[in-house]
Ligand binder design. Structure first.
Ligand code: UCC
Length: 554
């Protein structure tokens, strides 16, 4: 009989991931852990079983936009995939947003929420996108202190009832682009009766099935630039789910990945809007949204890596070549080990950002926590986004040609990962945001203190080497920042290498500290091995590269 290769399978997505289990044991008190682990385990079974099967079966279903009904009415109906409908229900019931806003687990609420997201997110075909924006909108309304909008929206945004749950959009990107948002062209006009209406084009609105959105527009007469923009709330759909007057869906985007996400181009022609907070400073007022979605991005990057690795590892146990299973081939073992180390470092960085978010939201953050969080959010987003693409690429390569064939489902890992360094701020924009954060003062010291404190945990001789690598990289980054500070061109040109060095240094410091905890708590030497391997993969990206050379090459 001809040879037929078995496909990779997934097990329970909690139990198969020692990183998550060990982290929860270290980071949350036993009472919280006892409460959340059964829930995570049930979700882990669903994620690796029923939902993964549905995801494979649902592969060809993509959102469909129907602009008109048969009688000529403009309806702009968007039909999402069956898995997205299931995801909407599951997300509400399991509290993928709500868990962060409920008092049950206090300062650990964010860890609880993002552990849920980590376990199930990769089985939901990027439904994490509307959830991230929903979470960001809830947090932005709270930060703005707009009581009327909070009363109206929060019960829906944080609902556990699928019948009342809303999602939110985040309409920032225009034809002028998604990075330099200050150049947005949408205008806000006030009617004689005081009603605000928006006029313009939104060029990239993700998950346009949302019931509401936060968006930016320039009140007529306001100056150019980001200060002249204001943050607006728009109720996108009526109670029957119909799109409201003044909003037209021009078309859905034809994207490389995230193909289940209905991303649209919109024309706004007089849609009703409400200012969320004042009539200026829109960019500053939407930054709470950006901090939340960037944290979601980091966690989604990490969970995407974990999914890619789970499939590649399982495949290695089912695939024989040159006389042995891949799990027994030294070069394959070595390849997977490098990927595991990257995943472990990325996991710890992303969840540190999650911890800090929780501390800030529960009023227990110190000044140092605040400064650290401001820098850590862009650093975590940019570092993990790049790692996610690299790991997805390697993981599909681990499956050979099967990894390149669409109906195995494997190529989607890479196509979906590729959005992570792009949306919510590209790697370069976030490198510049890292400089912006550090310019506020005290943030670089907060990062340095964090690294030193984690490295001080290392007592095992096997961790001395990785600790030295992290410490040296920190010194190099600090020295570079000191001298580059006086030369804006040099500083900007080197910003990505600098931010990436901080990201990898933090990851290694967290790995060292976590590894020591694992050794101390009978969890074995796996994390120490990850720290050593991560250190060998390169941490210090600082390099004095000539800008003149860069210009010659551009
Ligand atoms: O929309 C997109 C797709 C949606 C899908 C989302 C799904 C997510 C799912 C994830 C999970 C899977 S993609 C497009 C997204 N676009 C962005 O993220 C924007 C990228 N660009 C930037 O981040 C830029 O750095 C800008 C827009 C923030 C730069 O704006 P400005 O106005 O030129 O810069 P300024 O003047 O420096 O900043 C204005 C104010 C300042 O405060 P004040 O007014 O007090 O001086 C800054 O300190 O905003 C403050 N600010 C911040 N505050 C700027 N950035 C931040 C920040 N990150 N945190 C706190």
């Amino acid at each position: 009989m001809a040879f037929i290769q078995e496909p990779p399978r997934l097990g329970n997505q909690l139990d198969d991931d020692p990183m998550l289990g060990d982290y929860l044991e270290r980071a949350v008190p036993a009472a919280v852990r006892d409460a959340i682990v059964p829930e995570l385990r049930a979700l882990g079974a669903d994620a690796g079983g029923r939902l993964y099967a549905m995801q494979l079966a649902d592969r060809d279903n993509e959102p469909v936009h129907t602009p008109w009904d048969p009688w000529g009415n403009r309806i702009d109906h968007i039909e999402v995939s069956p898995l997205w409908k299931e995801a909407a229900k599951l997300a509400a019931e399991r509290g993928l947003v709500a868990a962060a806003y409920e008092p049950t687990h206090g300062v650990h609420a964010r860890i609880h929420q993002f552990a849920l997201v980590h376990v199930v997110g990769p089985s939901l075909d990027v439904y994490s996108c509307p959830l991230a924006m929903t979470d960001g909108a809830a947090r932005s309304l709270i930060a703005a202190g707009n009581q009327a909008l909070m009363d109206r929206c929060l019960p829906h945004l944080t609902s556990r009832d699928p019948a009342t749950a809303w999602t939110s959009g985040q309409w920032m990107t225009e034809r002028t682009g998604g990075s330099d948002v200050a150049t947005s062209e949408t205008v806000a006009r006030k009617d004689a009766d005081g009603t605000w209406r928006l006029y313009g084009t939104k060029w990239f609105t993700s998950a346009t099935t949302a019931e509401m959105t936060l968006t930016l527009a320039r009140p007529e007469g306001n100056p150019a630039g980001s200060k002249g923009l204001a943050l607006f709330f728009v109720q996108v759909r009526d109670d029957a789910g119909r799109i409201r007057p003044g909003i037209t869906v021009n078309r859905l985007k034809d994207k490389l990945g995230t193909r289940k996400v209905p991303t649209a181009e919109l024309t706004l022609d007089g849609c009703v809007a409400e200012p969320v907070i004042g009539e200026t400073d829109g960019v500053r007022n939407i930054t709470p949204m950006l901090s939340i979605t960037r944290t979601w991005n980091a966690v989604s990057a990490v969970s995407g890596m974990r999914r890619a690795l789970a499939l590649a590892r399982d495949y290695a146990g089912r695939r024989s070549a040159f006389g042995a299973l891949l799990t027994h081939k030294p070069l394959h073992v070595d390849t997977l080990a490098t990927l595991e180390a990257e995943y472990a470092g990325a996991f710890l960085l992303a969840f540190r950002a999650v911890e800090l978010l929780g501390r800030r939201e529960h009023g227990v953050a110190t000044d140092a926590d605040e400064r650290l969080a401001r820098a850590l959010t862009p650093i975590a987003k940019l570092t993990t986004g790049k790692q996610a693409v690299a790991i997805a690429s390697e993981a599909i390569e681990c499956c050979g040609g099967a990894g390149y064939v669409e109906d195995t489902g494997l190529p989607r890992l890479l196509a979906d990962a590729q959005v992570l360094p792009i949306w919510e701020g590209t790697t370069n924009v976030l490198s510049l945001d890292t400089l912006r954060a550090l310019a506020k003062g005290g943030a670089l010291e907060a990062v340095a203190d964090e690294v030193r404190a984690r490295l001080a945990d290392a007592r095992d001789p096997g961790l001395a080497g990785p600790a030295r690598t992290a410490s040296d990289a920190l010194t190099a980054a600090g020295a570079w920042a000191q001298t580059a500070m006086t030369d804006p061109v040099r500083m900007e040109a080197g910003a990505r290498r600098f931010a990436m060095t901080l990201g990898r240094t933090l990851e290694l410091a967290y790995l060292v500290s976590h590894a020591q905890w694992c050794l101390d708590h009978g969890k074995g030497p796996r994390s120490a091995a990850a720290a050593r391997r991560f250190a060998a993969a390169g941490v210090d990206h600082i390099a004095e590269l000539s800008y003149e050379d860069a210009r010659l090459l551009s």
